[in-house]
Design a protein around this ligand. Sequence first.
Ligand code: TYD
Ligand code: MG
Length: 484
Amino acid sequence: MTRATSRFICQSCGAQTRKWAGKCESCGEWNSVCEEAVDMSGPGAGLPKGKKVKLTGLKGEIEAPPRLATGMAELDRVTGGGLVAGSAILVGGDPGIGKSTILLQALASMAQNGERVIYISGEESGAQIRLRAERLGVSEANVLLGEQTNVYDIISTLSEGPAPAVVVIDSIQTMWTPAIESAPGTVSQVRAACETLIRFAKQRDTCFLFVGHITKERQIAGPKVMEHMVDTVLYFEGERGHQFRILRAVKNRFGATDEIGVFEMSDKGLREVKNPSALFMGERDNLAPGAAVFAGMEGTRPLLVEVQALVAPSILGTPRRAVVGWEASRLSMVLAVLEAHCGLVMAEHDVYLNVAGGMRVREPAADLAVAAALVSSLTGEPLLSNCVIFGEVSLSGAVRAVSHEQTRMKEAAKLGFEHAVFAQDAAQKVTAPDGINIRSVASLADLIASIAFVGAQKPERYSFEDVAPDDRWLKTEADCSQKH
Ligand code: TYD
Ligand code: MG
């Protein structure tokens, strides 16, 4: 009765067709369409009678899912308090960022707490993993190693003996099931392998951690299919030249998604960073123009980062706009607002923007700090070194309030900052924590006035002579101390 036919699936966008084609009609990718055999004998035309399920209401007893602490506080924070039994977690990230390292460390620490943990590698040999374990100083931990890529073999192995608490699959792109003909790493294989393993996870209450490769667009390879199937998606990020690594939850069925965990890569593996704000700041002693400290929030945690801007005269017809650690489109917006509402013309300047320490900032609240850094670089006026800035800039040039002012200011106070610049609306409602002096701005023009370009250098373009000296509080330390 079984009638097997095949269908063709684009490995790039997942579109299905009946015929093979060299170019996917849906996304335009070349050579991405692969054949996939389908078993048509499932519930189809004549639907077999199914069992009835019991329907319930929304009210009822809620049980918090049992969680297993990993022994790494930062990893627990990102997962929402530990690994949930029977859940599937996908960890994506650039090659060499430290995915295998963090997972091996976590397994070792759970093994030391007496959990049964298994590491299945489809990429590295046992010897390589042992070598890494030695480097991490965890060779003694009772982590069981397996080298296998066939999902059926893995399932049989895992089914033996007591159910493991946690299994790492490194990586899901190397896994394959014999039921599907396409090569490992293709969308259909990844999906099938993932499906089979997740089913096992739910049956045996085992938590699976999948390592997922990412594409050059920084998405987990296998167009989003994986992300829909698993319970939690974590991205491990960081810049190559930096020691800092940030683990970020982008989806979490068992917790908040905006939490981050901060680690530092050392010669003995990843070390947790307890006070990340101190890390992301440059040297605060020398007052260089173009540096502003943004008081950001990552989930429930405040995080201070230094935003650096360089505005330099351009020799190109179309000046360069380069951004590291922030959205290029938001930079364009801030530049446009500076130009339209504040009269700062940057059309003949190259603009470079960098977030220190390899951090990636996503909050719109960084607008104001970016604007301050840009203006400071353009005018050559350093900002106050002991000042944090945050606020969203609207297209009209107004500065809007953002959430958690109090938490941001407290973090700044903790690190010895003395001034906080943010929206006027918000400033009227909050009380400053001890040691912090609130400086409010209503609009971007206000901010520029306070950075107070003296106007001598290019009076035709920036006419700030009329700014009262009293308003130039963001300019230099000396000005500020005069005022108080
Ligand atoms: P790895 O975990 O293999 O990365 P991924 O699995 O994401 O591809 O990490 C490899 C990098 O980490 C490699 O460049 C070496 C570095 N590393 C250290 O700096 N210290 C260490 O203790 C370890 C184990 C790795
Ligand atoms: Mg690896």
